[in-house]
Design a protein around this ligand. Structure first.
Ligand code: PAF
Length: 286
């Protein structure tokens, strides 16, 4: 009789996780890794489903990385839905959940951080000093612990995806980075763990974020190519929709993240706004 195994296998200890992945790799298993901070939503689940199609061993990590939060209140408020997350992972037949605690990942004598030179100077990096160094450091640590063949990141955080891809290239890491599409709520709002923190009124208001981006893409299709004019139009649209706390609206080249004067096919428009106390980001490709 075959033994019923309860998946995912939950591993807390980084060394155990490492030994397990080495063991599996020796058996020629392909390791597919999806890093998360938990509070899983359809966006994460779509990344996992994409990973499952690769037919390897799927590993998901849940770790709320303190060194990528530059606002302590944001860290404190970060939603935790662990029980439900584990149930979702079980249903998707994820093989391992890596669930380390902070002390194991960042002991008191922790010294080393990855430092991103230029790509962190734009977009979210401007108002979140140290954020992308924090992201890169944890991603590198997780990659070293898990040594995946493939890792999957969502396109909603476009800057994060770009920085991770660049780090992998710069540091000669033999890991294929796959991208997952932005998954949206039925009102168009990009899925985010932070959406849980929006009041119903603000959730409704936040639907204008994506509506605004689509409106700008339409204006571009109708012939407006000036980034400055398109950005002005979007600002106006947001203000009319009572979205007043705009962190940035940028139109930029997808590889360098440098803003461009005139929009061309493939360029990205990205925004970050605050609705109530909740910071939300989104983007759209022209
Ligand atoms: O996108 C996230 O959830 C996080 O930034 C990540 C990649 C898991 C690193 O903490």
């Amino acid at each position: 009789m075959s033994k019923k195994i309860n998946l995912p296998k939950i591993i807390h200890d980084p060394n155990k996780m490492n030994l397990e992945t080495v063991r599996q790799k020796n058996k020629k298993k392909k390791i597919v890794f999806i890093p998360t901070m938990g509070a899983l939503h359809e966006g994460h689940l779509s990344l996992i489903k994409k990973g499952k199609k690769i037919k390897g061993l799927t590993i998901v990590s849940i770790f709320v990385n303190p060194i990528q939060f530059n606002d302590i209140n944001d860290l404190k408020k970060y939603p935790n839905t662990l029980k439900k997350d584990i149930e979702n992972l079980r249903q998707l037949k994820v093989d391992y959940l890596f669930l380390p605690n902070v002390e194991k990942i960042f002991p008191n004598n922790f010294e080393t951080t990855v430092s991103i030179n230029n790509l962190q100077k734009f977009l979210c990096g401007k108002n979140r000093p140290g954020h992308f160094n924090g992201v890169s450091t944890i991603v590198l640590k997780l990659f070293n612990i898990i040594s995946p063949n493939v890792a999957i990141f969502g396109k909603k955080d476009f800057q994060q995806l770009t920085i991770v891809k660049k780090m992998v290239e710069d540091l000669n890491m033999n890991i294929k980075i796959l991208e997952g599409s932005i998954i949206r709520e039925s009102n168009g709002l990009a899925m985010s763990s932070r959406n849980k923190l929006l009041s119903p009124k603000n959730f409704h208001k936040a639907s204008n974020i994506y509506k605004g981006l689509k409106y700008i893409k339409d204006e571009y299709k109708k012939g407006e190519k000036s980034s400055k004019k398109l950005i002005k139009k979007l600002e106006k649209y947001y203000i009319q929709s009572e979205i007043r706390n705009i962190d940035y609206i940028e139109i930029f080249d997808p590889l360098t993240l440098h803003s461009i004067k005139y929009v061309k096919k493939g360029a990205i428009i990205a925004i970050a706004v605050k609705i109530g106390a909740v910071r939300l980001i989104d983007n759209l490709k022209f």
